[in-house]
Design a binder for this molecule. Structure first.
Ligand code: FAD
Length: 547
């Protein structure tokens, strides 16, 4: 099989034009092309009136060697790389692993889910502990919060089966380096669990929230069939670490019920909102350091404005879907302002997990056909400058902002909001314009400048007009800002060793995913889950070697 990159065709090309383009590029007759599949499809929309689709293809041809020799100068033609997943260990290699206590995965977000799946596929029968509920029950609680303002601190947008990304846009792309093609394994498993096949080949795949719910359930069924054991509403509240001359070794976990679980291998995939768990780990001496993250607002514009700006007369084309954007502005006070987690045709959601605090985020359905485009617009902050002195200081910083947002919203879980024009002009808003905000339970118009630090307000006031140069119409007086975005990534890193992926000072503890500071987003969290599951298997195999 050969990989042929950079095959370009107009947006509206017919089905026949693709094989014809392959034949022309390779200079072969039709009967020499035995078959082809699309590996990736992206688009170039820089020229809105002539948008181009760009294909990477796997082509099966007669006499590959001769073709490669003839086209040796073509840097876009090469043997297709092997992207299939290879297990680092198998049940039979780990025969006798029953003498070892079972590995435990804490958390069922994408990181824990993939760690559990790989461990189960290797025959290692993981126990999977989740503080929240099964995804269907969790959905009822989460929608209950949005509709009735009743927050369940253990069952919400952040906590429960599927993790933080379950009620999301389901964007499945990432900029991580992935030499072992783990991202492909994640996407392939998602397709097996019910995701649309196109996620394998489109350049910016997304699945939307409802499909995610079904996929998470299907993956649970598969993991259980392979010997994995799920335990919901089982919050881990303590960890037993045996101290020795060369550091600690995990020996077990305690659940909120008081039950103790004996284990030597723990995948810690608790996400960025498990603040109580971070505090417990810090108290037990697990090495944690503060890390940078970002704060800001969710911004809503009409989706049609973004579509027209990006795609011109091709706005609404089914292959292009609802348009997204990516923006950066380097403010004169040294801060970077950037768009984050952009959700085309979606809604802004209430993403708090603690009572008396307000946090925003965004989600969409697969169709992305809601009226508004939303995105976080955030400012970078760092422990050295903004929350120095303690590894968990970033959490307190987040909490203070989230409390202020709750108060400014009226103390009812409404989000405080403001029109973009008023925010930049420095006056409170009193009336919505043409953009109707989607956040539930509601938006209370006010002056958002009062809850963010001065440097963030200054940088954001500079950024919105500057963004208008990148997306024409972006600086729209009645675009709606809602606040606050505080959970853009984890405020801490639970540092691990590069070689074994175990905590710097606690063997058997594998910090993983977004909460530990090793992923940002569904795909990268899934990839990290795979890496860590492999590290667990290798560690279990090493434990069995005669000493
Ligand atoms: P999480 O998904 O946060 O999972 C952690 C799990 O651990 C949770 O289920 C939690 O209940 C459980 N847990 C925590 N503490 C304990 C404990 N002590 N005991 C037992 N269980 C515990 N990313 C994208 O790539 N694309 C998107 O479109 C996207 N949209 C998003 C929309 C929203 C509304 C949100 C909130 C996030 C979105 N993200 C998106 C980010 C993405 O969801 C996260 O990056 C990803 O879920 C991180 O995965 P994780 O497995 O590391 O942690």
């Amino acid at each position: 099989m050969l990989r042929l990159n950079e095959v370009k065709l107009p947006l509206n090309h017919t089905e026949d034009e693709l094989p014809a383009a392959i034949l022309a590029r390779l200079g072969i007759a039709a009967d020499a092309l035995l078959g082809y599949t699309v590996f990736k499809r992206s688009y170039d929309a820089r020229k809105k009136t002539a948008i181009v689709l760009i294909y990477s293809l796997d082509v099966d041809v007669k006499d590959e060697a001769a073709l490669l020799k003839r086209l040796h100068h073509d840097t876009h033609l090469m043997p297709s790389p092997d992207t299939s997943y290879k297990f680092v260990a198998h049940g039979e290699q780990l025969a006798g692993h029953d003498q070892n206590p079972r590995p435990v995965v804490i958390g069922t977000g994408p990181c824990g889910l993939f760690a559990a799946l790989i461990l189960a596929q290797m025959g290692l029968r993981p126990i999977i502990l989740e503080r929240g509920k099964q995804v269907r029950e969790r959905t009822v609680d989460t929608f209950g919060f949005w509709r009735k303002r009743e927050l369940n601190p253990e069952s919400n947008v952040q906590f429960g089966e599927g993790g933080a990304g379950t009620f999301s846009d389901g964007k499945l792309y990432s900029q991580i380096k992935d030499p072992k093609h783990y991202g492909r394994k994640v996407l392939t498993e998602f397709v097996k669990a019910g995701a649309p096949e196109e996620i394998i080949y489109v350049s910016k795949p997304h699945i939307g929230t409802f499909r995610l719910v079904k996929m998470v359930e299907q993956m649970r069924a598969n993991i259980e069939q392979m010997g994995g054991e799920y335990r919901f509403e089982n919050k881990v509240v303590d960890i037993e670490i045996e101290q020795g001359p060369d550091g600690g070794q995990v020996r077990g976990l305690t659940l909120e019920s008081g039950e103790k679980i004996v284990t030597n291998h723990v995948v810690l995939a608790v996400g960025h909102s498990a603040r109580d768990t971070f505090e417990m780990l810090h108290q037990r001496g697990v090495y944690i350091e503060a890390k940078p993250f970002s704060i800001g607002f969710r911004v809503e514009h009409p989706q049609s404005l973004i579509d027209t700006c990006r795609f011109g007369p091709n706005a609404g084309h089914p292959i292009l879907g609802a348009a997204d954007y990516k923006l950066v502005h380097h403010a004169s006070n040294g801060r970077a302002v950037y768009s984050f987690c952009m959700c085309p045709g979606g809604t802004v959601v209430a993403a708090a997990s603690e009572p008396g605090r307000v946090v925003t985020n965004g989600m969409s359905q697969y169709s992305r056909n809601e009226r508004n485009a939303n995105s976080a617009i955030v400012v970078n902050i760092s422990p050295e400058v903004d929350y120095p002195g303690h590894p968990l200081a970033g959490i307190e910083f987040q909490r203070r902002l989230e409390e202020k947002a709750f108060e400014l919203g009226g103390g009812t879980y409404n989000a405080p909001g403001q029109l973009m024009g008023d925010f930049v002009a420095g006056r409170a808003s009193t009336e919505f314009g043409s953009v109707v905000p989607s956040y539930k339970p509601g938006v209370h118009l006010t002056d958002l400048a009062t809850i963010l630090p001065e440097f963030a307000v200054t940088a954001l006031r500079e950024a919105f007009p500057a963004f208008d140069k990148q997306v024409k119409g972006y600086f729209k007086h009645d675009a709606v800002l809602t606040g606050l975005e505080t959970r853009t990534s984890s405020p801490i890193r639970i540092k691990r060793r590069d070689d074994t992926l175990q905590s710097l000072n606690t063997r058997g503890l594998f910090p993983a995913g977004e909460g530990a500071g090793y992923a940002g987003g569904i795909l990268s969290a899934g990839v990290d889950g795979i890496k860590v599951a492999e590290a667990v298997a290798l560690s279990m195999a090493a434990d069995q070697q005669p000493k």
